[in-house]
Design a protein around this ligand. Structure first.
Ligand code: SF4
Length: 233
């Protein structure tokens, strides 16, 4: 019990018996932060182990043409998880998702809602580049799905932002066109891990570069995501 609470109760004439063996609030807070810190370190180390498994994966045909796998990047304990489609040529070369112009636009979109790239975690549906940037095939998305599922379980984000049709349709198992998915609050629910995370869908930055007029809609999506994250929607 806090000293101030004790003082108030005493002033009201209420005797309070404090168990000598009871840990103080300070030590309880300290213990809790140690527990949180070790849970965060454990998640971070499991994410690195998973990254090594991804790097060796040959579960679908895309392993034959990749330069390297693109696992994902960012804060292992991020509140925000950004999910895109698959690595492009530059990502395949650098081993990092969302680099180049689309990456710069994604960074700007994040900054617009007060988030630095390092604060979030960024991953893709596929960890290997489809040749000529073609759409992922169903069997490839299925083969890779477990890696993303594990990433979500370890990171435990408070909100997921799906950028682009492929990311949204694969994560949510929903064939609705992206124009109709925007503006809706979805939930990523995984019964195995009792996961229940709000999901917001917006356009892929590469699409926004080609269709700058749609940036306004994307801004609406981001504002909606912030409201959901803050518990205001
Ligand atoms: S795309 Fe995914 S499933 Fe296919 S080889 Fe790469 S890591 Fe494995």
């Amino acid at each position: 019990m806090q000293p101030t609470q004790l003082q108030y109760l005493k002033a009201l004439g209420i005797d309070v018996w404090v168990d000598r063996n009871m840990p103080s609030l300070e030590s309880a807070v300290e213990n809790q932060s140690i527990l949180n810190e070790s849970a965060e370190q454990a998640a971070s180390s499991k994410l690195r182990t998973l990254e090594k498994q991804v790097a060796k994966c040959t579960a679908c045909v895309l392993h034959e043409s990749r330069t390297q796998t693109v696992y994902g990047v960012g804060n292992a304990n991020a509140d925000w998880l950004i999910i895109g489609e698959a690595p492009g040529a530059e990502e395949d070369k650098q081993g990092e998702p969302f680099v180049g112009l689309a990456g710069e636009l994604l960074n700007a979109m994040l900054l617009a809602i007060g988030l630095k790239r390092e604060q979030v975690f960024i991953a893709n549906i596929l960890k290997c580049r489809p040749p000529n940037n073609r759409d992922p095939r169903l069997e490839e998305a299925q083969a890779c799905e477990n890696f993303l599922k594990k990433q979500i379980t370890l990171i435990k984000p408070k909100i997921i932002l799906c950028v682009g049709r492929i990311a949204a349709q694969n994560l949510l198992k929903d064939e609705t066109p992206i124009g109709k998915m925007r503006g809706q609050r979805y939930v990523y629910a995984d019964t195995d891990t009792d996961t229940n995370i709000p999901v917001v869908v917006t356009y892929h930055p590469a699409y926004l570069l080609r269709s700058p007029k749609e940036k306004r809609k994307s801004w609406e999506d981001l504002k909606m995501a912030v409201k959901i994250f803050n518990g205001e929607s």
